[in-house]
Design a protein around this ligand. Structure first.
Ligand code: MN
Length: 233
């Protein structure tokens, strides 16, 4: 059947060390999954069940080092902030997973950025409205190549960092997550069947801050490809 519009490219992320790509279906994100970041966002560190929000699949901005990615400063904000996060790539379908079996659906891991229009997110939060304006926008999910779990294993600990123009802003360890990856996937899969191509952003450590056009962001997670972008006007 003819399409009434010219087709656009399907969102995809390169797989590290290969010419393969990982097609992106859904992007799920966990809120407040490191205690120090929960506090800086005005919450407390009580261990409540995780909560989730989403971004459109075409928000991915794949960046393959040593290339520098370019992100346009988004519309409608005066407070664009970085959140460096471990991204879990789902390779197999699964629903209502037990934590003990949740890792079986994982294809691999990547370094990602949950870019946030913080002023809009907070305004919506205060009005008890959805966070979409703050979290879902063009290029809101820069991501480095995905490393296969078969090669790098399942990441339980390791340094996670982000610097802006060479100055360290965020620093933490994956083991500081309030809910680890198996528990996060278990919770998420009670509400959604996880499907091949899904990405799950697992929350950010403390130190989020605003960036402006011209800033360079360098994110890294021990054992994975780093991610570097420049914010364009
Ligand atoms: Mn986040």
């Amino acid at each position: 059947m003819p399409s009434v519009l010219p087709p656009w490219p399907s969102p995809a992320v390169p797989v590290a060390g290969s010419d393969d790509t990982f097609p992106v279906r859904h992007i799920y994100c966990v809120g407040r999954n490191y205690a120090e970041h929960a506090k800086e966002m005005g919450g407390d560190a009580v261990r409540e069940p995780p909560f989730f929000f989403t971004k459109p699949a075409d928000a991915v901005l794949p960046v393959v080092p040593p290339a520098l990615g370019h992100m346009r400063y988004p519309l409608g904000t005066q407070d664009l902030q970085h959140e460096v996060e471990l991204v879990v790539a789902i390779g197999r379908a699964g629903a209502q997973l037990d934590p003990e079996h949740a890792l079986e659906v994982v294809y691999g891991y990547a370094t990602g950025l949950d870019m946030t229009r913080r002023d809009l997110q907070i305004a919506m939060r205060e009005k008890k409205r959805p966070w979409d304006l703050g979290k879902s926008f063009a290029q809101a999910a820069p991501i480095a190549p995905i490393h296969r779990a078969a090669e790098v294993g399942h990441l339980e600990r390791g340094a996670i960092r982000l610097s802006v123009n060479g100055a360290l802003r965020q620093q933490g360890d994956l083991e500081d997550m309030i809910w680890d990856v198996p528990h996060t996937l278990s919770f998420l899969s009670q509400y959604y069947e996880l499907l091949p191509g899904d990405l799950v952003f697992t929350g950010t450590p403390a130190g989020v801050s605003a960036v402006v056009a011209g800033d360079r962001l360098d994110g890294s997670i021990e054992g994975l490809s780093p991610l570097s972008i420049v914010v364009d006007p």
